[in-house]
Design a protein around this ligand. Sequence first.
Ligand SMILES: Nc1ncnc2c1ncn2[C@@H]1O[C@H](COP(=O)(O)OP(=O)(O)OP(=O)(O)O)[C@@H](O)[C@H]1O
Length: 250
Amino acid sequence: MASIHLDNISVDILVFDASSRSLKNRVLEAATGGQIRPREGNGKLSVRAIDGLTLDLPHGSRLGLVGHNGAGKSTILRVIAGIYEPTGGSMRVEGDVAAMFDIGFGMDLDASGWENIILRGMLLGYTRKEIEARSEEIGALTGLGDFLDMPMRTYSAGMSTRLAFAVSTSITPEILLVDEGIGAGDAAFLEQARQRLNRFIGDAGILVMASHSEDLIKEWCDTGLWMEHGKMRGYGPIDEVLEAYTRSRD
Ligand SMILES: Nc1ncnc2c1ncn2[C@@H]1O[C@H](COP(=O)(O)OP(=O)(O)OP(=O)(O)O)[C@@H](O)[C@H]1O
């Protein structure tokens, strides 16, 4: 059984060079979201992207993360995925995690679509034999036809998404993390993706999804977590959380 337990988690993201232009960008970015904290004496700044978050998600949870830009939604997903390590608090995540963001991660642009199906599959935990046995079926799902023989650098963004999506949804994860923006593609693909995602999500033990689309969140989540400046502002049945969040923006 999958479970996620976050106990008073904080995530500080260090911004290294206080004089650089990118710092200014980060500060501007952070102005709507996390809290900027100067580090003593060394000219370094850190952004508190998550501030003391406690969350218990048992098997069967369908959690939707809402909040304005920079509120901390993606950071929560990255912490659960093990990409960011919390700087405070403790956590326990039980179950295989599949992250439906950075879905192009692990792709080799010089390799063909077929080769990338194998690469990406192995990254997701398939053995070479297992992914080879399924690659034909996955290749058909991409709808890319002869393009699968071409190097991936010849693909458009939508084509790459099709490929990554087809491989990613061919596993059955215990914990599924979805960040919005996976919908790059044409209408027919989106419809196919929707059906596939429905099954994929239905089979997962726990779903955590971040989105600015209320419709998407309502369709797939029963519980909502409203983040603001890295802190929990609201938590509960999805309709109530969305209503409170919407009211706060009026
Ligand atoms: N790599 C990073 N370097 C510096 N700051 C970061 C980094 N990643 C996130 N942050 C900061 O952490 C805070 C939380 O960001 P996060 O991406 O989690 O927000 P979000 O709610 O997902 O926003 P959005 O809805 O815009 O995607 C923001 O203030 C952001 O500037």
